[in-house]
Design a binder for this molecule. Structure first.
Ligand SMILES: C[S@@+](CC[C@H](N)C(=O)[O-])C[C@H]1O[C@@H](n2cnc3c(N)ncnc32)[C@H](O)[C@@H]1O
Length: 207
């Protein structure tokens, strides 16, 4: 890990790949963040409309902040939690370089496991826990490969605890990102799902 073109980045010494860093405006992410695009994202549809003046989303598994940026661009105030110190440091650096209008809507908590946050304030708690990729390793994208190196796959007991904890915060809904054909998180059937080709968003309506 080090500095590459003014960004905190990860790379394999001697490797040919461009180093991985968090950039909220580049390439595909920049395109997906355009205001016309963002409302068509399945994640945004899964979140529904805020009500009772609750505009806050807790992204409890923030990773590289891509989904958080979509949610922020859609108008939500997003609080991000990330427990890997490497990923957290890159995310913090990406937010430092992000357009002010975007970073103003994203609050990164100090590096920690997602605990000790207040209940009763969230429109939604968003979970995107690690799940083993189906594709062969060469086909898996660079960022996902790094996540696989740095972050452990949760055991069933941890998945269960994560979902139970998210529900205990009493948001209007809990939204869980899953690979299209993966089983429901912790075996719990969602109220409904926003399904895409490779990924789906399971929605647990809490009231
Ligand atoms: C699949 S990635 C999330 C990717 C993210 N949605 C994005 O758009 O970049 C999962 C991330 O959640 C983090 N994580 C998993 N369980 C966590 C927990 N209990 N508390 C905090 N972070 C957690 C992992 O370290 C990893 O970076």
């Amino acid at each position: 890990m080090g500095w590459y073109q003014d960004a905190l980045a990860l790379w394999v010494p001697g490797g040919k790949e461009t180093p991985l860093s968090v950039n909220f405006t580049d390439g595909k992410q920049g395109y997906r963040l355009s205001p016309e695009r963002v409302r068509h994202e399945r994640l945004i549809k899964a979140l529904g409309k805020p009500r009772d003046d609750r505009h806050q989303i807790l992204d409890a598994t923030a990773g590289l902040g891509r989904d958080a940026a979509l949610m922020a661009q859609a108008g939500f105030d997003v609080t991000l939690v990330e427990r890997s110190p490497y990923i957290h440091a890159m995310l913090e650096d990406g937010l430092r370089r992000a357009p002010p209008a975007l970073s103003a809507k994203m609050t990164l908590l100090p590096c920690q496991d997602s605990v000790q946050v207040p209940a009763d304030v969230w429109h939604a708690v968003y979970l995107d826990p690690m799940f083993p990729a189906r594709e062969k390793s060469a086909a898996v994208k660079k960022d996902l490969r790094w996540l696989q190196v740095l972050c452990a796959y949760p055991q069933p007991a941890e998945e269960e605890a994560l979902l139970a904890w998210a529900m205990s915060l009493q948001p209007h809904r809990v939204v869980v990102k899953r690979p299209g054909k993966a089983p429901d998180l912790a075996g719990k059937t969602p109220g409904f799902s926003q399904k895409g080709k490779a990924v789906r968003f399971d929605v647990y309506l809490m009231g």
